[in-house]
Design a protein around this ligand. Sequence first.
Ligand code: FES
Length: 190
Amino acid sequence: MWVSRISSFGAQAIKKLTQGVLGQGAYTPRNSYFHARACRGVQSSLRSLQMHRYLCTAIATDSRKDENKDQKTINVTFVETDGSEKHVKVPVGTSILEAAHSNDIELEGACEGSCACSTCHVIVMDMEYYSRLPDPSDEENDMLDLAFGLTETSRLGCQFEATPEIDGIRLALPVATRNFAVDGYKPKPH
Ligand code: FES
C-alpha cells in the first residue's frame, strides 16, 4: 500500500513539473519549488520501486524454496569418460558417490566416503550449479589437490549430497583417477 502511495505522489509530482515547466513556460520561484518537490518525489518513487522489486524477488525466491521443500528426488546426469550420458533420479540427501554406485556408474570411491582419496572426483559441468553447492571443506580441498585432471568446478562425489537446489546437475567423470591402494584395489559399486 505505501509503495503505491509513494509512487502515486511521484506521478503527481511529475505532472506538476510538466505543467509548471513545460506548460506555462516561465520558470518562477514557485515552479522551482514544485521542481524540487517533484525531483524529491521522483527519487522517492525510484527508491520505492527498487525496494518493491527487491521484495518481489525475495518473495519469489522464498516461494521457490517452499515449492522445492517437499521434493523427494532430483535429476542427475553422469557423463561418462566415453561421452555417454546416464540420467538418474537421486533421492534427496544421498551422496553423489552413493548415487553413482546405486546406478552402476564407474565412480570408484576407494576410501568409501571418508575423504581420504580422490577417486570419487567429479566435474560439475555448469558453473551455475557448482556455485549452488556448499563450499568444500579443507580436507576435501586437500584431496582435490591430488586428483587427476583437476578443474575449477571439481568436487569429490562423497562430499556433497543431492539437494533440490542442484536438481538437473550434470557431472562428468574424469578420464583418470589416482588410486592410493597399493594393490590397485578398486571397490565395486554396492
Ligand atoms: Fe575417497 Fe570420496 S571416496 S574421498
